[in-house]
Design a protein around this ligand. Structure first.
Ligand code: NAD
Length: 313
């Protein structure tokens, strides 16, 4: 395991991922962190003052770390954190003498990932760069059970090192075959889970309005062919899963705007690879409208239950 790990992007996912690293890295290790929001840095540093060290920018994180992990919202943020003049990861690499391992866990488009990778290969050929997006949500990040989808072949020489490090923050680490294919896997996954969320919200509302208790209905789906993780763990109906964002006023979790982004990226990818989908446009329309609705915006994506007029008691 590395003794110095950099982490950039301390949001809903980044904070619990850093907490797990801080608890599980060997004694004496350091975590160098940065976020554009100063309060996010302070919060993480105050939890683990002897392990977590605040940095002024991504350049400083890179200079001080053997491995740098990024957990940012969108491709534009990843591009600016890597390429940002004077303060970005590239600037840090140019003043470093040792090769680095760089891991981007953000869910972004594959084109941005391949662009950063090719720029790195030209400017810093000793550096290794992997896409390693995650699935499992904030609950999985807190519990250390998120899955990582790695953008490389299982025979890649860095897989053992990557797996040991990533398993400090999660469970399964799945090599998906080559550069950017971790992202292609993640976008396919979120296309599916985004549409399952809408279908679960509609089916729950239908059964509830017919007179079935929400918990009974969820246990019916769980026992039958409709069984799915959205129903069992992240049920969109408030009160069914006490720890789910829906039961906390849809606070925390996976913001509806991020789901809109992911379904949009998946639909773009499908078009690019020549895959036909009939549900994508409808799903994207629902998430786009919910992202703009005043009573849904900035809340967990399962708020589509509310957007669709679901019965909330
Ligand atoms: P978030 O918006 O809560 O956190 C992102 C963090 O990045 C914020 O703290 C923000 O201040 C910081 N940031 C933005 N621009 C920056 C910059 N230029 N330099 C430094 N920091 C910057 O988002 P999140 O929910 O943590 O998600 C992060 C990524 O993980 C997204 O791509 C998302 O799609 C993906 N993801 C999220 C979940 C989830 O359940 N929340 C699950 C799986 C994957």
């Amino acid at each position: 395991l590395p003794t110095s790990v950099g982490f950039i992007g301390l949001g809903a996912m980044g904070r619990p991922m850093v907490s797990n690293l801080a608890k599980k890295l060997p004694r004496g290790s350091k975590i160098h962190v940065y976020d554009v929001v100063a309060a996010e840095i302070e919060e993480v540093c105050s939890l683990f003052p002897s392990i977590v060290n605040k940095c002024a920018n991504a350049k400083e994180v890179t200079e001080r770390s053997e491995v740098v992990i990024t957990m940012l919202p969108e491709g534009a943020h990843v591009k600016s954190v890597y390429l940002g003049e004077d303060t970005g990861i590239f600037a840090g690499l140019s003043t470093s003498t040792t090769p680095k391992l760089l891991i981007d866990s953000s869910t972004i488009d594959t084109a941005t990932n391949l662009y950063v990778k090719s720029r790195l290969a030209t400017a810093f050929p000793d550096t290794s760069f992997y896409d390693a997006p995650v699935s499992g949500g904030v609950i999985g990040a807190v519990n250390g059970t998120i899955a990582f989808f790695l953008g490389c072949d299982s025979t890649d020489p860095n897989v053992p090192n990557l797996t040991s490090l990533l398993q400090l923050m999660g469970g399964k680490v799945i090599p998906c075959g080559g550069p950017s294919l971790g992202l292609a896997a993640k976008l396919s996954n979120n296309y599916l889970s985004g549409l399952i969320t809408i279908a679960t919200a509609e089916a729950m509302d239908m059964g509830m309005r017919a007179g079935i208790d929400a918990r009974v209905l969820a246990s019916v789906f769980g026992a039958g062919t409709a069984q799915n993780a959205i129903c069992d763990v992240f049920n969109p109906v408030p009160g069914v899963c006490p720890r789910a964002p829906s039961s906390q006023g849809y606070k925390g979790g996976f913001r509806v705007q991020l789901m809109r982004k992911d379904v949009g990226l998946a639909v773009d990818m499908a078009r690019r690879v020549g895959s036909r989908n009939v549900l994508g446009a409808t799903g994207l329309g629902v998430y786009a409208a919910a992202s703009d609705a005043a009573d849904c915006r900035d809340l967990d994506s399962r708020v589509v239950f509310r957007y669709l007029g679901g019965k909330e008691d």
